[in-house]
Write a protein that binds this ligand. Structure first.
Ligand code: AHR
Length: 516
C-alpha cells in the first residue's frame, strides 16, 4: 500500500521536510473513446477595462502595429495558442449593449456609459463587424451574448438576422450597406448573461419564460444553425439549473454556468501576486471544487435530459483577485502568477475528463481582465503563466481523451467542506496521428515528485517534454521581466526497461509529455 500524507493546512511549513513525493499514473489507452471538445479551451472578451480597447483593438490609426485595428502582437500570440471560440461582448456589459450602436461609420456611432465597469465612456468603435472579423482572423467560432436585461426580443432577433442572413432581408441589406456582403457564420448565441444578477435580477421562473420567448424569435437563416444558450447559474445555485431545465430544456441547446475561484466577494479577494503558501493551497482547493459543482449541475440536467442533449457551458471561469493597486477601479486588471497557471492546468484537467455534457468553457478574460492570457501596456505585451498553460494544453483540443488512474498524496487544504487537494493532477489524450499527450501538474510548492507513468499496450519510440515552473509560486511576468514564467524544454523523462516512464517533476511545475 502506498503511504499517503494527509497534511492539514496549518502544517504547510513542515512540508519542506519531505524530500520526495511519489505518484503513479496509468493510462487506460484501450478505454479512450471520447473526444475532448476544443471548445472547452474557449475564451471571453468583454467590453471591460482594457480587454477590448487597448488589449485586442487599438484602431487602424494607432501607432501600435496593427492589422485593420487589431494589435499584431496579441493576434500573433492568440493564433499560436489557438482560440477555438470567443465569447463577446459580455458579461454584464452584454445586457446593456445595443448592437445597432456599434455598426456603420465610426463617426456616427453613439457613445454610452459602461455602467457596470467603472463608468468608462464606450465609443462603440468596436462592434459587430470588428468582432466577427476578428474571429475570422483568429479562425475561431464567435459566441454572441445577447441583451435580454435591457433589450427587446425584436432587437436580438434583428441582430441574428443582421449577422447570419444571406438573403434579400432588411437586416442583411443593412449589413451590406455597412460593407459586409456575405453573412458570417454564428452558431453560439447566449440569451442573456447572469440574468439572476447584472443581467436583470430575475427569478428563475421568470427568466425561464422569457428565455422561451426569446428563443422563438432567434431564427436560423439560410444554412446557419444557432446553438441557443440559456443564461445559467452561478456556482452553487442548483435551484436555477433545476428551474431552467424543468421549464425550458426543450427550447435550449445549452445552459451556462459561471464559477470563479474567488476567496470572497467584496474588497478582500486577496492579491494576485502577494500571497502565502496557505493562500496558494486554498486557491487550488477552491479551483478544483469546480468538479463537484459541475457534477451536481450535471446530475440535475440528467434528470430532465437523460440523453444528454443539452450542453453545460462553463462560459466564465478563472481566478478573481483584487485589482492591482493604482489601476482603474472597476477595470478588474489583475496580475497572473504561477498560481494562476496551476488553477488553469487543474481546471483544464477536470474539463478534459468531465464527459460530453460539458460542451464549452471560456476563461475570463482574454486580455487585461481577471485571469488573462495576455497583458498589454501601450505598445508592450506580455504572455502570462496562464497563456503558457493554454499553449501547452492545446494538444488536447479535439483529441481523444485517455482515461487515467492516478495515485498520489493528498493534502487537506481547508475551505468549504474541508477540501482535499491531490498533489498531482493529470490528463491525457491521443490525437488522430496516434500521438499521446500527457499533461501533469505537481502542485506541491516545496517538493519534487517522481511520477511513474504506465502506458500499457504502447511501445514508446520517443518522448518530448516541456515544462512551466518558476522560482516562487507567486512568480509572474512583468513588462520589465517578461520571462520569469515561460514554457521550456524538459529533460526529466526517462523510459524504463519495463516500458513505463519515470518523470522527475520539480516542485510547483506543470509538464507536458508527447509520447510517440
Ligand atoms: O467577467 C467579469 C464579470 O463576471 C462578467 O461581466 C459577469 O458575467 C460576471 O459576474
Amino acid at each position: 500500500m502506498k503511504k499517503r500524507y494527509l497534511l492539514p493546512i496549518m502544517a504547510v511549513m513542515p512540508l519542506s521536510l519531505f524530500a520526495q513525493r511519489e505518484a503513479t499514473v496509468t493510462l487506460k489507452t484501450n478505454e479512450a473513446n471520447q473526444k475532448i471538445s476544443k471548445h472547452i479551451y474557449g475564451h471571453f472578451a468583454e467590453h471591460l477595462g482594457t480587454c477590448v480597447y487597448g488589449g485586442l483593438w487599438v484602431g487602424e490609426d494607432s501607432s501600435i502595429p496593427n492589422t485593420n485595428g487589431y494589435r499584431n502582437d496579441v493576434l500573433e500570440a492568440l493564433k499560436e495558442m489557438k482560440v477555438p471560440v470567443l465569447r463577446w461582448p459580455g458579461g454584464c456589459f452584454a445586457d446593456e449593449y445595443h448592437w445597432t450602436d456599434g455598426i456603420g461609420p465610426k463617426e456616427n456611432r453613439p457613445k454610452m456609459v459602461n455602467n457596470n465597469w467603472g463608468g468608462t465612456i464606450e465609443d462603440n468603435s468596436f462592434g459587430t463587424h470588428e468582432f466577427l472579423n476578428l474571429c475570422e482572423l483568429l479562425e475561431c467560432e464567435p459566441y454572441i451574448s445577447g441583451n435580454v436585461g435591457s433589450g427587446t426580443v425584436e432587437e436580438l432577433a434583428k441582430w441574428v438576422e443582421y449577422m447570419t442572413s444571406d438573403g434579400d432581408s432588411p437586416m442583411a441589406n443593412l449589413r451590406r450597406q455597412n460593407g459586409r456582403d456575405k453573412a458570417w457564420k454564428v452558431k453560439f448565441l447566449g440569451v442573456g448573461n447572469e440574468s439572476w444578477g447584472c443581467g436583470g435580477d430575475m427569478y428563475p421562473d421568470y427568466y425561464a419564460d422569457l428565455y422561451r420567448r426569446y428563443a422563438v424569435y432567434c431564427r436560423n437563416y439560410d444554412d446557419n444553425r444557432l446553438y441557443k444558450i440559456a443564461s445559467g447559474a452561478s456556482d452553487y445555485d442548483y435551484n436555477w439549473t433545476e428551474t431552467l431545465m424543468r421549464k425550458a430544456a426543450n427550447q435550449m441547446n445549452g445552459l451556462s454556468l459561471h464559477y470563479y475561484t474567488v476567496k470572497e466577494w467584496g474588497p478582500n479577494k486577496g492579491s494576485a501576486i502577494n500571497f502565502n503558501k496557505e493562500d496558494y493551497y486554498w486557491t487550488l482547493g477552491k479551483a478544483i471544487e469546480i468538479k463537484d459543482v459541475v457534477n451536481k449541475h450535471i446530475d440535475i440536467m440528467d434528470k430532465y435530459d437523460p440523453r444528454g442533449r443539452v450542453g453545460l457551458l462553463v462560459d466564465e471561469w478563472g481566478t478573481w483577485f483584487n485589482e492591482e493597486p493604482g489601476t482603474i477601479n472597476g477595470h478588474l486588471y489583475q496580475q497572473n502568477s504561477l498560481r494562476d497557471a496551476m488553477v488553469a492546468s487543474l481546471t483544464l484537467d477536470i474539463f478534459n475528463q468531465c464527459g460530453s455534457r460539458v460542451q464549452m468553457a471560456n476563461i475570463a478574460q482574454i486580455a487585461n481582465v481577471l485571469q488573462s492570457v495576455v497583458l498589454t501596456k501601450d505598445d508592450k505585451m506580455i504572455l502570462t503563466p496562464t497563456y503558457h498553460v493554454f499553449n501547452m494544453y492545446k494538444v488536447h483540443q479535439d483529441a481523444t481523451m485517455v482515461p487515467l488512474d492516478i495515485t498520489s498524496d493528498k493534502m487537506d487544504v481547508g475551505g468549504k467542506g474541508n477540501r482535499t487537494l491531490p498533489m498531482l493532477s493529470a490528463s491525457a489524450s491521443k490525437n488522430d496521428k496516434g500521438v499521446i499527450n500527457i499533461t501533469m501538474s505537481n502542485v506541491d510548492a516545496d517538493n519534487d515528485q517522481t511520477v511513474t507513468l504506465n502506458i500499457p499496450d504502447v511501445k514508446i519510440k520517443s518522448t518530448k517534454a516541456t515544462i512551466i515552473t518558476a522560482k516562487d509560486i507567486s512568480s509572474h511576468n512583468t513588462f520589465e521581466k517578461p520571462e520569469e514564467v515561460i514554457l521550456k524544454d524538459f529533460k526529466g523523462v526517462k523510459v524504463e526497461k519495463n516500458g513505463s516512464l519515470k518523470v522527475k517533476m520539480p516542485a510547483k511545475s506543470i509538464i507536458s509529455i508527447q509520447v510517440n
